[in-house]
Write a protein that binds this ligand. Structure first.
Ligand SMILES: C[S@@+](CC[C@H](N)C(=O)[O-])C[C@H]1O[C@@H](n2cnc3c(N)ncnc32)[C@H](O)[C@@H]1O
Length: 259
């Protein structure tokens, strides 16, 4: 896959559908929480680390979905979008420019044409805030060290993380002799300062999945879309399967059978 490829596949529509439903639910939850927490910034914060072009090949991407949902909810908001591909950055900027000119952008939107790793100062903030940090890179893996760092910023303590990732890609990289990389998915998630994780049942042979990291123990399960808590048996098993190769999983399973 090319560096700035948006990565359209038969999985794209499902991913965007789930993202929209999740976001709808999340906006509703944050809207309910904010008035009871006056010490927090009273906007919904959306940070998209790998924003993409906005609209492409008849699809709408995550920043556009966010924009549609937040405007429909009529909630104050701030969005920070990173897109390192110049063409995609321009396409995304054009979308928001047109929307702004027709009076359809009521919140603050900052778009940056640089890798998210260079934008730490934009993801730090003084006041506690609520919202979502989303990462959905096409081919490579998210930069988990970076995610770990920003998850530790005090103001991001109530921000939830959403990660779209292929379990197969993580396993391939771990086994590749060409890269110095040995951590499994469970270990990578451990870098983030989030107490609870929900994992979605993986899709197709690349094991595409979504992970939600949160400090809120009552985060809804989002069961209709096959999300499971990783501290419960179904979710724990899914995360293990996503973290281990088939032989590692079978070996671990055999050991527990004969322990
Ligand atoms: C799968 S695509 C877009 C996904 C987007 N969530 C959507 O729904 O359209 C991933 C995008 O991330 C961008 N990208 C990848 N790594 C990045 C990085 N380190 N910083 C900023 N953008 C990045 C790529 O250029 C690509 O456009």
């Amino acid at each position: 896959m090319k560096k700035n490829d948006v990565g359209v596949s038969e999985y794209t529509d499902l991913k965007q559908q789930i993202f929209r439903e999740l976001l709808k639910m999340h906006i509703r939850i944050v809207r309910g929480i904010l008035p009871r927490n006056e010490w927090a910034d009273q906007r919904y914060w959306y940070i998209d680390l790998t924003a993409g072009p906005g609209k492409y090949d008849g699809h709408v991407g995550s920043p556009v979905i966010f924009h549609e949902e937040i405007e429909e909810a009529g909630m104050p908001y701030s969005a920070i979008l990173f897109e390192r591909g110049q063409k995609f950055y321009e396409s995304l900027s054009k979308y928001f420019e047109e929307m702004k000119n027709s009076g359809q952008v009521t919140g603050k939107v900052g778009i940056f044409d640089k890798p998210y790793q260079e934008g730490k100062k934009y993801t730090d903030f003084k006041r506690y805030r609520y919202g979502l940090i989303y990462i959905d890179p096409s081919g490579g893996l998210p930069d988990f060290d970076y995610l770990g760092d920003i998850s530790k910023y005090k103001a991001n303590q109530y921000m939830d993380f959403l990660i779209n990732i292929s379990g197969t890609n993580v396993k391939r990289l771990r086994k590749s002799p060409d890269v110095d990389f040995s951590e499994n998915l469970m270990e990578l998630l451990g870098k983030l300062d989030k107490k609870h994780w929900l994992v979605r049942e993986p899709y197709a042979k690349h094991q595409w999945t979504m992970l939600i990291g949160t400090n809120w123990d009552a985060f809804p399960k989002f069961k209709g879309r096959r999300f499971f808590r990783t501290n419960e048996p179904d979710g724990r098993d899914l995360l293990q399967r996503l973290s281990m190769t088939t032989s590692e999983y079978e070996e671990a399973y055999q050991l527990t059978l004969f322990d």
